[in-house]
Design a protein around this ligand. Structure first.
Ligand code: SF4
Length: 696
């Protein structure tokens, strides 16, 4: 007999609905959920092959393992042995060095329940804010910008705005590959309404440019200059909404002064595009009745990531295109549950339900709810700061949960050296492949997608329920259960959960009275409705925020911020004249611990490569297919060259997915990336590192 289950794809932040069919032998097969409001039955290549990641258990971690010394190999132990020893080591370190000597580094792929329990454990009971996730690498700049401009980390719009927009500006993103089903909706909207104008800004002419009316092939790091130039043209041409600006914003006059400082010709020269193209883009925006922007890592992963975000949001605030159908600044979440993680406060500077860490009332409120210890007012270490602190000996123990930092962190060799120095490393993982495992003193096997239940929130604030469909292999456990069992071994009260529904109910209660209130939500409602958008009181929740133009700042006005347009990235030099940018390819996901084992997903691109402009290649006597060495002071990468005139001259591109292959780490892009961070969001500058390239 065959059974069918409705669930949600666990890869990107689009959040597509999936139907999983399970046959009598337990074999799984997936198809898109035709009734799901996000994807309406469509799935991309990754989603269509999701079942293979569960059915092939050859790489899975099956049992807890432990070692007493780095020179010894790990041995299989029971769950009790692993968690009791870990609790003993954590207790000893906390007693000797204080609570800030331990940290948890988690993932935007964790379910909301998992985030909730680990956040409660460290902030509410251990007494440190040292929890951060790989979402820090992904969208912390967008979070900070939303808060600064709108008063809250809140995506104003909904995917249904795509079909209502008449201009969509995609800035520093390639959704055709990285958010494929969302992009299918944009393509369909353009096909149905050819008057819909698509603007793409990107140093590479990606697949997303195929339907663009104008591609602004900017130099890396010049986004603020471009956005300010568009702002200037809109103001000069009168394409602004003066009554909206007066009634609902502050800061316009300073912004106007700031964008008028650079002529359009000057801006065009800095961006490396024509003034005519900037005027065209501004005209499309100025004439639009519905104007959406979409962006991801090109803006976020920058040393000035917050200002890049703000400069784009400003275009909405001066034109009044926010809180209206077909309009709004839409940050496309990279990971499936980065937003759910923020709902529970799962970053080092956040508290649950978007409460504020440096607000004493909020800390008191949360501490009283949890019934543990006093919450620390000191912001915890962010992702890269954790590894720097390990390297400096300030942080003694780290628990790495569902992420592979030795491939995904910038300056990966520093991260490697940090883990070598750590006194104690716990790795909670599904796969035996990630590089991080070689440094683990304790390994805890986690259950994967379809092997556990829980919830996730996609990029449009849509909370979905994920069903348990099959048992986890060996003794692997759901990640939330691993954490609450550990908390029990630490002797903490308040972790006597017996199921995920209880954890979710507790999280929902903690949102009561906040701007993300979902206090009336529960598993039963989610199972019945499949998904709702927060804040939720009834029906299907809230698709669009700020429809009354009352923003979440103290005076209810959105803030138009002003700042200079300088890029503060690592400068190129005579020795390192090329700008390295990194990113995703269509069929792989992050560090490939899931997609890397699906042979169908290797058919598109099977190995790492360097994309280089033919003129840059000619100057270096490089032919297509040659092995090239990309280098700087931090490290080296050796891969095949792929010559492409679709990349801007002076810029080279490496995919971020590959790590060590057969103990050779020369495919790892993050050997070369730098440690510069945005000063507000602490997001790394992955898109801009100075390198040299030569034939090997
Ligand atoms: Fe999954 Fe994203 Fe593809 Fe949808 S677009 S199927 S959520 S990877």
């Amino acid at each position: 007999m065959q059974a069918s289950f409705k669930t949600t794809c666990c890869y990107c932040g689009v959040g597509c609905g999936i139907v999983v069919h399970k046959d009598r032998q337990g074999k799984l097969h997936v198809e898109g959920d035709k009734t799901h409001p996000v994807n309406k039955g469509m799935l991309c290549s990754k989603g269509m092959n999701l079942h293979y990641t569960v059915m092939d258990t050859s790489d899975r971690l099956l049992y807890p393992e432990m070692r007493y010394h780095r020179n010894l190999s790990r041995k299989r132990v029971t769950w009790d042995q692993a968690l009791e020893r870990t609790a003993a080591v954590f207790t000893a370190i906390i007693k000797k060095y204080g609570p800030d000597a331990v940290a948890f580094y988690a993932s935007g792929q964790c379910l909301t329940e998992e985030y909730y329990v680990v956040n409660k454990l460290i902030k509410g009971f251990i007494g440190s804010n040292n929890i951060d996730t790989n979402s820090r690498l992904c969208m912390s700049s967008a979070v900070a910008a939303y808060k600064l401009a709108l008063g809250e980390d809140a995506v104003p719009g909904t995917y249904d705005d795509i079909e209502l927009a008449d201009c969509i500006f995609v800035a520093g993103a390639n959704p055709a590959w990285c958010h494929p089903i969302l992009w299918r909706r944009v393509e369909a909207a353009k096909a149905a309404n050819p008057a819909l104008k698509i603007i793409v800004s990107d140093p590479r002419a990606t697949q997303s440019c195929a339907i663009a009316d104008v591609h602004l092939q900017v130099n890396p790091g010049t986004d603020i200059v471009l956005h300010h130039a568009i702002g200037r043209i809109l103001i000069t041409a009168g394409h602004i909404d003066s009554s909206f600006i007066t009634a609902h914003t502050s800061g316009f006059e300073a912004y106007k002064t700031s964008v008028m400082q650079r002529s359009i010709g000057e801006a065009a020269a800095i961006c490396g595009i024509t003034a005519a193209d900037i005027y065209t883009a501004a005209e499309y925006i100025g004439n639009a009745k519905g104007f959406m922007t979409m962006w991801t890592m090109g803006l976020n992963q920058s040393v000035v990531g917050v200002n890049k975000n703000l400069s784009l949001i400003n275009l909405h605030l001066i034109t009044g295109h926010i809180g209206k159908p077909g309009s709004g600044p839409f940050s496309l979440t990279g990971q499936p549950n980065a937003m759910g993680g923020r709902e529970v406060g799962g970053l080092s500077n956040l508290l649950p339900a978007h409460r504020v860490l440096n607000n004493p009332e909020h800390r008191k409120e949360v501490a009283a709810f949890w019934g543990g210890t006093t919450l620390s007012d000191k912001a915890g270490l962010t992702a890269t700061e954790m590894f720097t602190a390990l390297h400096e000996g300030k942080l003694k123990a780290i628990w790495i949960m569902c992420t592979n930092p030795l491939v995904s962190l910038p300056d990966a060799r520093l991260a490697e050296a940090a883990l070598q120095k750590a006194k104690f490393v716990v790795v909670q993982e599904i796969s035996s492949k990630p590089e991080t495992l070689q440094y683990a003193d304790v390994v805890l096997p986690g259950a994967a997608w379809a092997e556990k239940q829980g919830t996730m929130t996609n990029a449009e604030r849509r909370i979905s329920y994920l069903t348990k469909i099959t048992d986890a292999p060996g003794e692997a456990l759901p990640d939330a259960e691993i954490i609450y069992r550990f908390a029990q071994k630490m002797g903490y009260h308040g972790f006597d959960y017996t199921n995920m529904a209880d954890i979710y109910a507790e999280h929902c209660r903690l949102t009561a009275g906040t701007r993300i209130d979902i206090s009336t939500l529960n598993y039963e409602t989610l199972k019945e409705k499949r998904s709702v958008q927060w804040p939720y009181q009834s029906g299907n929740g809230t698709p669009r925020l700020f429809t009354d133009h009352q923003f979440y700042t103290d005076n209810a006005k959105a803030v138009i911020h002003s700042f200079d347009d300088e890029n503060k990235s690592e400068p190129t030099t005579r020795e390192r004249p090329l700008i390295l940018t990194t990113g995703r390819i269509r069929d792989q996901w992050h560090t490939m611990s899931k997609t890397g084992k699906v042979s169908k997903l290797k058919q598109h691109i099977s190995s790492a490569f360097l994309e280089i402009h033919p003129e840059d290649a000619r100057q270096r006597n490089i032919q297509a297919g040659d092995i090239v060495e990309i280098s700087n002071s931090r490290g080296t990468v050796r891969v095949k060259a792929q010559l492409s005139s679709t990349i801007k001259q002076g810029v080279v591109f490496l995919p971020m997915h590959w790590g060590k292959i057969l103990n050779n780490d020369l495919h790892r892009a993050n050997n070369l990336t730098n440690n510069l961070l945005d000063p507000i969001s602490k997001q790394p500058d992955f898109k801009y590192s100075a390198v040299q390239v030569q034939r090997y």
